[in-house]
Design a protein around this ligand. Structure first.
Ligand SMILES: Nc1ncnc2c1ncn2[C@@H]1O[C@H](COP(=O)(O)OP(=O)(O)O)[C@@H](O)[C@H]1O
Ligand SMILES: [Mg+2]
Length: 310
């Protein structure tokens, strides 16, 4: 067992989702989903568009009532009419809407604080701590519309944290920001766990998912895998994966021929990730490509579990 799992074995579940169903009309957006999130971890929620991630998040944040099942956040059950209890514990940065472009940074943050009924003094204290943590170097009177997307995301995060929630829920926080800003944002996510927050985050980027302590994979409303990155990799791939780099560009016929001899044959940058079928040797590949053993990435896991069945 890895250190992360050993440390989490007795840890407190800040989120418990039990047999959650969310049905729109006759359509199951979320189907019998159960998982937990440990306090203090970065929990990654992955899946293709339409997998049911945002719907699950809306239930966790107390914005949507489940059709059936149970969601417990920091020991509180969702009770219609008493959503404020859960909302005080959760900081939510939604996928689409984050800030008002036509307000300044200061006005946006004051508005976010007002929604959560944060007293003025507390807001000032939280704000200055958050500015220090996020290392925001902008004038508060700047209009949000004029900010680069990376800074907007940071301000949106401060807005989501202004009431000092224990759980931070980020729905695709890095969609549409530059690779450099994505890296900065993930450094920030790590700092949040260092000050005791738990982070629940969705992303499409598999390299980002490698930063998560535990990961859940959704497909068509169902949870198809949950565990640490290492556990997902071990459980998905029992066999050795090879990376092959063709010496010359492969012809269509070669690609078809090799695909038939493999359980996995996927382009991966300029390489292919390959698992030969039982009984097939790598000899055929070695004549036309450089062959190396590789450890699977989460991208491999995702391709195999989420896209493999299509
Ligand atoms: N309010 C709604 N009414 C009807 N269908 C919805 C509603 N919200 C989401 N859906 C559908 O539920 C499915 C899951 O959506 P969503 O949770 O947003 O997925 P994801 O965030 O993983 O992309 C999609 O097919 C979406 O169209
Ligand atoms: Mg979504």
């Amino acid at each position: 067992m890895s250190n992360v799992n050993a440390a989490n074995a007795n840890s407190y579940h800040i989120v418990e989702v039990k047999n959650l169903n969310v049905v729109f009309g006759s359509f199951f957006a979320v189907k019998d989903v159960s998982f937990f999130v440990n306090k203090g971890e970065i929990f990654g929620f992955l899946g293709a568009n339409g997998a049911g991630k945002t719907t699950t998040i809306r239930v966790i944040c107390g914005l949507l009532c489940a059709t059936s099942g149970e969601v417990i956040v920091d020991n509180e059950h969702f009770i219609p009419g008493k959503e404020d209890i859960i909302k005080s514990k959760v900081g939510y940065m939604s996928q689409r809407f984050t800030l008002y472009n036509d307000l300044t940074i200061k006005e946006n943050l004051a508005f976010a604080a007002a929604i959560h009924k944060v007293p003025r003094k507390t807001m000032q204290k939280n704000k200055s701590e958050l500015f220090e943590l996020v290392k925001i170097d902008r004038d508060e009177s700047d209009l949000v519309a004029d900010l680069p997307s990376g800074i907007k995301q940071q301000i949106a995060l401060v807005a989501a944290l202004i009431h000092n929630p224990t759980l931070v829920v980020l729905d695709e926080p890095t969609a549409g920001v530059s690779p450099a800003s994505r890296a900065q944002f993930w450094a920030l996510i790590k700092r949040l766990t260092e000050i005791g927050k738990t982070v629940f985050v969705t992303t499409h980027y598999m390299d980002e998912a490698e930063n998560c302590n535990r990961i859940a994979l959704m497909r068509s409303g169902e949870l198809i895998a949950v565990g640490s990155g290492q556990e997902l990799k071990q459980n998905t791939f029992k066999q050795q994966i090879y990376s092959i780099t063709p010496k010359n560009e492969l012809t269509k016929e070669q690609i078809r021929d090799f695909s038939q001899k493999c359980d996995l044959f996927k382009p991966y940058g300029i390489h292919f990730h390959v698992i030969p079928k039982d009984g097939q040797s790598m000899g055929d590949f070695e004549t036309i490509a450089n062959v190396e053993n590789v450890t699977p990435s989460l991208e491999d896991v995702f391709v195999q579990l989420v896209e493999g069945d299509r």
